[in-house]
Design a protein around this ligand. Structure first.
Ligand code: COS
Length: 379
């Protein structure tokens, strides 16, 4: 066992840390307040190779490992989880799925611009009545010979408006239930495809979350990923990797809040000493540091398994379950350490607390992660 990072991994972590400080931090409070998508910052992330981190250079990616991806996600998420979710979705849910399961035509046409960050992708599984219960897809993709006719509504889609390429999960053969589901590549601008209103959210308010409406959208057959009926497996396999990204995002939210609380505790004076001198604060910091380190190790273990080509479904669910709960606990305590200042926006911790909540919900709620983990341990 070796806990040392490689030189390249350390360099990537530093690059992400620098980017977060210089490009994401200025304006993060205003973007949150006004629900402004970090368009310029995402463009720069693309130019630096963060949007196709694990994609092979052959397809325009940076060819890095999943460990580097976790390190970068942690650093970006310490400062701006609304920007880091774009990195996570584009890398894990869109590029990964296309590289692993797409054909040559789909890789050339869709993966290359996504990996280079010239375009942004979205992953469209959730529906008004199917979030956790993902097999109950109501969106239909009727086989019309040379194309599918797509009808339905998708909900809570990250990058809903800023994306150009959408991976849409839809039911083709209802009688076959989840074996009849397909994953289709849909382009913005296809006739009958409309982006609904932006959601006004508790957290990650800079990220643009929309519902999507499809009315008789003609999707060419060549845009189906994998064989007929592969869509549900495609979604499940893709989400396994997505959960590593969100686990690392949760880790970053937690460690960002912890670092702020640690620094603040050394400056703030009460009862004639700094609050870091009070055992009440020290014990909070000790618990935060311990839990964050455990979450980090779970994230890195899941990434390592993925890099080794070993099964990682259980590990990624464990990482996401634990890191998201640590993010929630840590951010609540970080606000508490800041006292009244923690409750106002300038100190950043209240935003991190609001941002933490979504990590227990999207890409599989904590309850879904417990289903995945318990099924694995009971096998
Ligand atoms: N990889 C590949 N296939 C998987 C899989 C995985 N990780 N998990 C499940 N499957 C397959 C199963 O093997 C089964 O296929 P077969 O019938 O061929 O064996 C199929 O998917 C259906 O699985 P299952 O019968 O277990 O379905 P359930 O409805 O009981 O549970 C869960 C499926 C709950 C695990 C799934 O619906 C899920 O992950 N839901 C959460 C989805 C989610 O994350 N939503 C958030 C929105 S995306 S941002």
């Amino acid at each position: 066992m070796n806990f040392e990072l490689t030189e390249e991994q350390i360099m990537i972590r530093q690059a992400a840390r620098d980017f977060a400080q210089t490009e994401l931090k200025p304006g993060v409070i205003e973007r949150d307040e006004h629900q402004k998508f970090p368009a310029e910052q995402v463009k720069m992330l693309g130019e630096l190779g963060f949007l196709g981190m694990m994609v092979s250079p052959k397809y325009g990616g940076s060819g890095m490992d999943a460990i580097s991806y976790v390190l970068a996600m942690e650093e970006l998420s310490k400062i701006d989880a609304s920007a880091s979710v774009v990195v996570s979705v584009n890398n894990s849910l869109v590029c990964y799925g296309l590289e692993k399961y797409g054909n040559d035509f789909q890789k050339e046409k869709y993966l290359v611009p996504l990996a280079k960050g010239e375009k942004i992708g979205a992953f469209c599984l959730s529906e008004p009545e199917a979030g956790s219960d993902a097999t109950s897809q109501k969106t239909t993709a009727v086989d019309m010979g040379d194309h599918y006719l797509l009808n339905g509504v998708k909900n809570w889609i990250t990058n809903g408006n800023s994306a150009s390429t959408y991976l849409v999960i839809a039911q083709t053969h209802p009688e076959k239930r989840h074996h009849g589901i397909n994953a289709l590549i849909v382009e913005k601008g296809m006739e009958g495809f409309e982006v609904g209103a932006k959601e006004n959210k508790l957290g990650i308010r800079g990220s643009d979350t929309h519902s999507l409406m499809f009315t008789d959208v003609k999707v060419p057959k060549e845009n189906r990923i994998g064989d007929d009926g592969f869509g549900f497996k495609f979604a499940m396999n893709t989400l396994e990797g997505g959960r590593i990204g969100i686990a690392a995002q949760a880790l970053g939210i937690a460690s960002g809040a912890y670092e702020l609380a640690l620094n603040y505790s050394k400056e703030r004076k009460a009862f004639g000493k700094t609050i870091a001198d009070l055992q009440a604060t020290q014990f909070k910091l000790a618990d935060m540091a311990t839990e964050i380190e455990a979450a980090r190790l779970l994230c890195l273990k899941a990434a390592w398994l993925k890099d080794q080509g070993q099964p990682y479904a259980q590990a990624s669910s464990m990482a996401k379950l634990f890191a998201s709960e640590v993010a929630m606990r840590t951010t609540v305590e970080a606000v508490q350490i800041h006292g009244g200042y923690g409750f106002v926006k300038e100190y950043h911790v209240e935003r991190l607390m609001r941002d933490a909540k979504i990590t227990q919900i999207y890409e599989g709620t904590s309850e879904i992660q417990r289903i995945v983990i318990s099924r694995e341990v009971l096998k």
